[in-house]
Design a protein. Structure first.
Length: 130
């Protein structure tokens, strides 16, 4: 699969999925692909950081779903990153402690809002328009 332009998520049904060891249950369901379309998953080893994850992938112990920006941060000639189709779009939210508002937090929130506006999104709106 490493040479493919893209892979359907259903093609991964027989592959062991590496597991993020310390993931909260809601995040584990996404990160670990516990409810994949098209079949069941066998569980691969649990990892605690990216180096351990990449070591397991390199050793052929399993596959893992990572966001594109994460793949870009860890380029390796011995690891293939291939887009996976058939997955729902990811969601990202900005959260902060409202009781600890600072100038830095205010500036960051405004920068996020400014960044979303050119994409046609409003604060609180998701890419699918909701």
């Amino acid at each position: 699969m490493a040479g493919e332009a893209a892979i359907a998520v259903t093609a991964l049904a027989g592959e062991p999925i590496l597991r993020y060891a310390d993931a909260a249950p809601a995040w584990a369901a996404v990160w670990n692909a516990e409810s994949p379309p098209g079949g069941t998953r066998s569980r691969g080893p649990a990892f605690r950081d990216m180096e351990e994850l990449l070591g397991y992938v390199r050793a052929g112990r399993g596959v893992v779903l990572v966001p594109e920006p994460v793949a870009a941060l860890f380029p390796r000639p011995d690891i293939a990153y291939v887009p996976v189709t058939g997955l729902p779009p990811g969601r990202l939210a900005l959260a902060w402690d409202g009781a600890r508002r600072s100038e830095l937090v205010t500036a960051f929130v405004e920068a996020a809002r400014t960044t979303l506006r050119p994409a046609g999104l409003r604060a609180g709106q998701e890419a699918d328009g909701t």
